[in-house]
Design a protein around this ligand. Structure first.
Ligand code: HAM
Length: 419
């Protein structure tokens, strides 16, 4: 039997799982701080939900969907992204969801790509979506939130790249222009795009292939063909970012890999990661998505960050301090002290201090080894001497410094210090 996890998936074990948990915790804390509400959608959905919204020309739909038929003959797909499901769930719920609605999720996603570092078949995203407003302030709020989050979890270097993709008013004319240009330079495109660029000419713009990149560099720019409303909207977004003091870089070739975007598109890029996997996350506006699903028109904007990518970026930026030791490992000597030790563990936990002890009667040395490995800040020793005097010996594991503390003062002592 194969014991390795399936290709493109990973087991999350300590200490990496602890780091991932901290990313989750900060995601919940940050999204809540900005007034976003937590939600979950099913791990699988009708395939159509993704094929109609992400677009037939996107890699996600063309190559990466984990689709299957269930026993009832339905065609389903493991969720490759969170935006379409959130729109389906919130807007589909009708008038019960008051708009604008600010949602966030921390969820597994699945994409059947060729696995490599930073590109997994099962990965995690922290995403936010604002539904029901066209205001540039909403775009800016999501951009700032994502950026602040990345800084707070410790990513030192994040470049914010922004672009606008126009909308149903101005994009068709631009698309036509771009098509004509690409038609004229078709021979210079890489094979895949030479065959397919007509399906979605914008896709050529952010191709990483060097030949395509040269063609893209000289292509007509959407910035020169925006309608007044799109230009005004983008100016509003950039103005808000300036007001926030958040530096941004305009990248004309940034189009993102999913077809539903209109107007704002953005990406958080880590210079510490290799090109092709350097996007820690990204997002943008998707004002027409609800209508594609047959729902009432509902503008929206949001982002998703790849949590594995964030851990890789943190590693690539260099070593950081070990996590702070926390809590107490209670060490007992002799049977008589065991029940008193269990009581101390209960008291500590009730007082909000992480606490544990060995399950079995173990030699003192073995218990201290367990205490060291547990990541606790203190070992609390309860032996016969301590039992007699109703005290506990507290040993700070970092430097071995010991002090004798009255039994009743232990919780106060350790909760006040570095637990
Ligand atoms: P996305 O750009 O497809 O956007 O994915 C967002 C992030 O998820 C990427 O920047 C990357 O960090 C991570 N990611 C994507 N694929 C993989 C993979 N195979 N392995 C590891 N990490 C990956 C979306 O998903 C949109 N739903 C974002 C959005 C929200 N737009 C508007 N609202």
């Amino acid at each position: 039997m194969e014991l390795a996890p399936p290709r493109g998936t990973t087991d999350l074990l300590p200490p990496r799982s602890d780091r991932m948990r901290r990313l989750y915790d900060d995601a919940h804390r940050f999204a809540t701080l900005y007034g976003y509400r937590y939600l979950e959608t099913p791990a699988f959905e009708a395939t159509e939900l993704f094929s109609r919204t992400a677009g037939d020309s996107s890699d996600v739909v063309r190559k990466e969907m984990y689709s299957f038929q269930d026993k009832g003959g339905r065609t389903l797909t493991l969720r490759p992204e969170g935006t379409a499901p959130v729109v389906r769930a919130v807007v589909g719920a009708g008038s019960s969801a008051s708009l604008p609605f600010k949602a966030y999720y921390v969820e597994l996603m699945w994409r059947y790509g060729r696995p490599q570092k930073g590109r997994l078949r099962e990965f995690r995203q922290f995403g936010v979506e604002v539904l029901g407003t066209e205001a540039p302030a909403a775009d800016a709020e999501t951009i700032v939130l994502g950026h602040e989050y990345l800084r707070r979890v410790g990513v030192k270097d994040v470049a914010l790249e922004v672009n606008t993709l126009g909308d149903a008013t101005c994009r068709p004319a631009y698309r036509k222009l771009l098509l004509e240009y690409l038609e004229a330079h078709r021979d210079r495109l890489r094979d895949e795009h030479r065959e397919r660029f007509r399906e979605n000419p914008l896709r050529v713009l952010d191709c990483t292939d060097e030949a395509c990149r040269q063609v893209a560099a000289e292509a007509p720019k959407i910035a020169d063909h925006l309608c007044d409303a799109c230009r005004e909207h983008f100016d509003g977004v950039l103005g808000s970012l300036d007001e926030e003091g958040l530096p941004w870089k305009r990248v004309d070739t940034l189009v993102r890999g999913l077809d539903y975007y209109v107007r704002t598109a953005y990406e958080y890029v880590s210079p510490a990661l290799p090109e092709g996997q350097s996007s820690l996350g990204g997002g943008g506006r998707y004002d027409g998505l609800a209508e594609i699903l047959g729902l009432p028109p509902t503008p929206g904007v949001g982002f998703a960050l790849g949590l594995e990518r964030i851990l890789i970026a943190l590693d690539a930026e260099g070593p950081r301090g070990e996590p702070r030791p926390r809590g107490v490992f209670v060490v007992t000597v002799g049977d008589a002290a065991a029940s008193s030790a269990r009581e101390l563990v209960r008291e500590l936990r009730r007082g909000g201090v992480p606490a544990q002890m060995a399950f079995e009667d173990r030699p003192l040395k073995a218990q201290f080894r367990m205490a060291d490995r547990s990541g606790a800040a203190f070992a609390a020793v309860l032996g016969e001497r301590e039992a007699e005097k109703d005290t506990v010996t507290l040993r700070r594991l970092a430097d071995g410094r010991e002090e004798t503390v009255p039994r009743g003062a232990v919780v106060g002592k350790v909760s006040g210090s570095d637990v």
